[in-house]
Design a protein around this ligand. Structure first.
Ligand SMILES: [Zn+2]
Length: 80
């Protein structure tokens, strides 16, 4: 189901979400990681958090996990 997607997980201590999974497109190797983090990861996580906890006042999530084991670059696809 998530074949072509990267799954990141986040935790929000304020509303009690623990390691919710968010699927993202893989980062292009040429895309700067700071851009990718801000534009794709943080936007997707914030949107997911809003949907799950529309009344949570948290402006930032508490913890974020990005899988790096078995991937070619951070945010990239797994090595076959
Ligand atoms: Zn929250």
């Amino acid at each position: 189901m998530w074949k072509d997607k990267l799954l990141v997980e986040y935790t929000c201590n304020l509303c009690g979400i623990v390691r919710a999974k968010v699927a993202l497109p893989y980062r292009d190797e040429k895309e700067p990681i700071t851009d990718w983090m801000e534009i794709h990861v943080m936007t997707a996580v914030a949107r997911d958090h809003d949907i799950r906890s529309p009344n949570c006042p948290a402006k930032k999530i508490s913890e974020l996990w990005i899988p790096t084991v078995g991937v070619q670059w951070i945010g990239g696809p797994p090595i076959e």
